[in-house]
Ligand binder design. Sequence first.
Ligand code: NDP
Length: 452
Amino acid sequence: MTDQFDYDLFVIGAGSGGVRAARMAASKGKKVAVAEERYLGGTCVNVGCVPKKLFVYASQFPELFHASAGFGWSVTQQPTLDWATLRDNKTAEIERLNGIYNSLIDNSGAELFDGRATIAGPHLVSVNGHNYRARTILVATGGWPYIPEFPGSEHAISSNEMFFLDDLPKAAVVVGGGYIAVEFAGILNGLGVETHLVYRGPVLLKSFDREMSEKVASGMAAKGIKIHLNTEIDQITKSGNNLSVALNTQSSLDAGLVLYATGRQANTQGLGLESTNAVVRANGAIQVDDNFATAEPSIYALGDVIDRVQLTPVAIQEAMVLVDHLYGQGLAQIDYSDIPTAVFCQPELGTVGLSEEQARAEYGEIDVYVSDFKPMLQTLGGGADRITMKLVVDSISDKVVGCHMVGEHAAEIIQGMGIALKAGATKAHFDATVGIHPSAAEEFVTMRDKAR
Ligand code: NDP
């Protein structure tokens, strides 16, 4: 590094992508700074994936208590939930992870600034009243929940607040039809809250395989979630602790909490990008090329702030590709196809590759295999849960182009299927694979009859 710069790389935002980029760059001998104004680990660790999954586990116990009776157990007292214990144990675990992130940054040799950083020029970062000159600046500031404005919208909360509620309400209204809405609807319902899910469109999880989205919706409804499709909220009025939610269907819902899970927007406001040539799209996301470069040669961006795929493991891969581009051989490339993903709604949805609809549009001739069955736990457990699995195959090449599952352990199972699809597995490869018996996953290698 020349004396001209204080740092080779200044990373703004210590979330999944920012921290990975900082550590990798530091491991290559670069002088690196990271600034974080809020919490180490970003959305995923603090108000996203990790605490959400802990809440999902918590919300699944009532069904397990119920199922245990068929296996001979008697739970002699009605189990009760102490919300404060769950919330505070979760917070303690997140604080432990914050500490780990701190050590990771420390041990990598990167310097951590606790404060809000802004960009003051193509090579200038301002934090805690000082300006630092950086050869390269990486913006990894993530996203923030978006709540539309309407009468009473100030009474709605976002997923951020869900992790720190003082009390659980008796009833809740969740708005949206995407990942966060369906996941929190499942959590609240499982924790014993009367849950209404209000979505403006006709189908929840509309970007997923339609048959699977419908299975999720019917499974959620079977668990007691009241789903209001094609419905919008006109107004929220508060009196005391009660929120009255007026719907455009001329009816209303009473709740103690209204959660808006209506998308997330890139965190670029007030960042100072206007002091550079970097281009910000209408939705606030930063425009970058294949190497995550903005229109300002010294400034790069990745993760949720570029709004390509808002998933933690994608941000981490983007960080590895960027560091290879900046300080390595420059050969690494990110492939956004066949990204396995799971929605931790209840029932759970896991998916990789193309939906049936996408595959039909892309390949024309496809074979579809579907299996729908009762999971073994429910034979004695007596629950209503089912599992649905689906393979979408290109008829000409025999390649499996889509793999979908609704039901218990979908995320765990689809991760492995992701490798198979990445490797270009054909249906013949699936058929030649020996199943693990008894498991739900074996169904993926024993489907012989085409559904369509
Ligand atoms: P999504 O983009 O997935 O869903 C937003 C939902 O809000 C859509 O159903 C959308 O409806 C609806 N919506 C948007 N604007 C309005 C409005 N003005 N009024 C009413 N409804 C509205 O966003 P999320 O907030 O659920 O999640 C953000 C991202 O975070 C996800 O896309 C995902 O990438 C990531 N995530 C991943 C998780 C995982 O991996 N398990 C978990 C949680 C989040 P419409 O479809 O009609 O536009």
